[in-house]
Design a protein around this ligand. Structure first.
Ligand SMILES: NC(=O)c1ccc[n+]([C@@H]2O[C@H](COP(=O)([O-])OP(=O)(O)OC[C@H]3O[C@@H](n4cnc5c(N)ncnc54)[C@H](O)[C@@H]3O)[C@@H](O)[C@H]2O)c1
Length: 281
């Protein structure tokens, strides 16, 4: 029997993970360490970054405190990265925050904050790192973390849903723009269901969480509670990371990690297909 060895696309390559101080980002970092990658951990939470770094003691890693919604801070970090490791081969735009509420009842500063963190940080990551990936001619990959909220819609989740839908659209456009001209750069969108993380803590989110500002509608409150409970029993980020790396290795665009939501995705897609097409005479 002839065994064909696949080249390891991860070993000795450089990976940048935003939101690496906790949850999914931390799980990705631990998996990257097992793949023997050079790991850049980035987060607004310095203490959490130190904790993540302590979990990967035998790896080459660099921890950078950064608010990824701030282009200037991110570009200063890029200079340090280039100096330390050169090209980033695997870019995980993963940092994100959660906010519930009905669109017209969400304070516009909170709207701005969630758009800046969940969407603009990804745009900045692309602005700063894609050209070098192209120039490197090496196998690279960009993974943007969206959510099941990027594919389906529920009531009173407007800011989170809008930003996560934007991430899906942005990432698909990126995929279309790169796939033919620069096939060495893979693109994936990560759409997890419930994962056991600290997303509902929100202490470093930069959101104004005062009750007078947050939408107090019963549905918003109940949905937030449902999500909080679901996250507590969610998937282990280490298991999620295994799925993610396997999908990247297979160069797949969609990374859907929770099959229990497939029926809901189908129902939502069917609604589009069933909708009547209007022809103008
Ligand atoms: N936990 C879930 O069930 C779930 C499901 C779907 C998608 N997601 C997405 O996964 C991603 C990671 O979230 P998580 O669940 O691991 O939550 P988490 O809160 O455990 O981790 C998110 C990390 O992002 C960091 N962060 C937040 N704002 C930042 C900023 N401006 N600059 C730098 N770092 C910042 C936080 O400090 C934190 O360490 C998010 O994009 C989230 O929307 C989570």
């Amino acid at each position: 029997m002839v065994v064909i060895l696949q080249p390891n696309i991860f070993k000795n390559k450089t990976i940048l993970i935003t939101g690496a101080a906790s949850g999914i980002g931390r799980g990705l970092a631990i998996h990257a360490a097992s793949e023997k990658m050079n790991i850049i951990l980035m987060d607004i939470d310095e203490k959490g970054l130190t904790e993540t770094q302590s979990l990967i003691p035998n790896s080459s890693s660099l921890a950078l405190k950064c608010d990824v919604s701030n282009f200037k801070e991110l570009s200063q970090c890029k200079d340090k990265i280039i100096e330390h490791y050169g090209t980033v081969h695997f870019l995980f735009n993963n940092a994100g925050i959660f906010l519930e509420g009905r669109s017209w009842k969400v304070d516009n500063q909170n709207w701005k904050r969630i758009i800046d963190v969940n969407v603009m940080s990804i745009v900045y990551g692309l602005n700063l790192f894609v050209d070098e990936m192209i120039a490197s001619n090496e196998r690279c990959h960009i993974i943007n973390t969206s959510s099941m909220a990027g594919l389906i819609v529920g009531p009173a989740f407007s800011p989170y849903t809008a930003t996560k839908h934007a991430v899906v659209g942005l990432t698909r456009s990126l995929y279309e723009d790169l796939k033919n001209e620069y096939p060495n750069i893979g693109v994936s969108v990560l759409c997890p269901g419930l994962v056991k993380t600290n997303i509902m803590k929100r202490d470093k989110s930069g959101l104004n969480l005062d009750n007078s500002v947050i939408d107090q509608h019963e549905t918003a409150t109940l949905n937030k509670e449902w999500l909080g409970e679901g996250v507590k029993d969610g998937m282990d980020p280490i298991n999620l990371a295994k799925i993610v790396f396997d999908k990247i290795n297979k160069n797949e665009f969609w990374i859907l990690t929770h099959p229990e939501f497939l029926e809901v995705y189908k129902e939502y897609s069917n609604e589009l297909i069933r909708s009547e097409t209007v022809t103008l005479n």
